[in-house]
Design a protein around this ligand. Sequence first.
Ligand code: ZN
Length: 419
Amino acid sequence: MGDAATATRENRTITVDFQDESTYLPLLSDGKAFVEFVVAFLLALGFQLKHKATCHGGGCLTRHSHYARVRLGGLTIWRMQCTTCKAVFTVLPHFVMRYRRMSPDVARQALIATHGGLSLEWCAVICHISPMALYRLICAFGQHSVVMVLTRCGLPLPRYILVDEKHSRCLTDKVYLPTIVRGRVLWHLGYSDAKSAAAFTASYGDFQRVALQIEPSYRVRGALTDGFDSTTQSMRTLFPGARLGYCLRHALNKLPSKLMGVSAPVRKSLRSQFHTLLHRCRQRTSLRVVALGQRLRHFADSIATTVGADHGARVRNWFQAKKAGWYTVLADPRMPASSTLLDQAHNTMDRKLFAMKGFHHRGGSQAVFLTGLAHLYNLIPYQRRALHAGQCGVEVEGGRVPTSDWMLNLQILTSGGFR
Ligand SMILES: [Zn+2]
């Protein structure tokens, strides 16, 4: 937990897949074979160990010591030391979880149930663990940054992103979850109790900081938002050169609210005209922005003549305020046009957060818990009947996961000892 004395020591625990407990046990008595196995595992993954900053040793390891873990029925865990920088790596076999009595199989069942939308309480009942143990387990994975884990899977940092905040509640307080999505992967799921530009900038800044550590020249080229002021401002502050677009589907859904007092069938028909208008513009290969400008003008005029001048004026003002963001979407074909994939991610999170109200309290570890949920979202494969059945979000986006077992991937990728 948040102990200052232990926090200063680097976590260099790595999870290694020994395939079988019966492979692990004989290796324990053969130091050379053990080290060779671990090195081969690292090579296969293409990962490097996190040595001390001064180390140029290039991954030389020796057996350092071993100690018995009494808690796990006397299971022996090895620690290995770099001969150059003296960094010590703790090697956890895949069938043990760091600092946890819970077996990975129990954790797997509980995590998949909670990912599927079952409440923490029910997951705990089914798996015979305490709800708090499950909460802490998710928080433990959430100690590791999403950006770090995704880049370990070989995903490039996202140049075009979807950005929005999920509105949620912490007991009676309104809270916000600033979110960054690229395709089917969550790159950031933050937590903020204010909806100011400053608060959002701080949250999205967490994402930017880790991304810049990984790639100092990282720049966002385009971001799609729903046009909310604080979101747009925070994007301008953090990514000054990025194109900022507004979601077209969001615009579509907003139109009826600009026509208050107009009968439902008329609003519906205008919405569908607006849909056709946006769709036609997107289909054009050239002069899309010019076409959109013209069509928006005509559409506002026709609303003024058919429904009334005041409605026409209101819609025209709205177009005026938003059209720059829509132009941006049309001007760059690489810009995402709608935030549907982000809404899907938010709906998934919503189900989980709703199911765990009892654990949502002011003193909780919301940020790490949410990060843990984001890992599950990215790494748990889609179910049998889904479009990308059997693949996880990371794989759908072209990333590579270490093994075919998502639970093992979660353990390996959130190991503290990899660089
Ligand atoms: Zn070293």
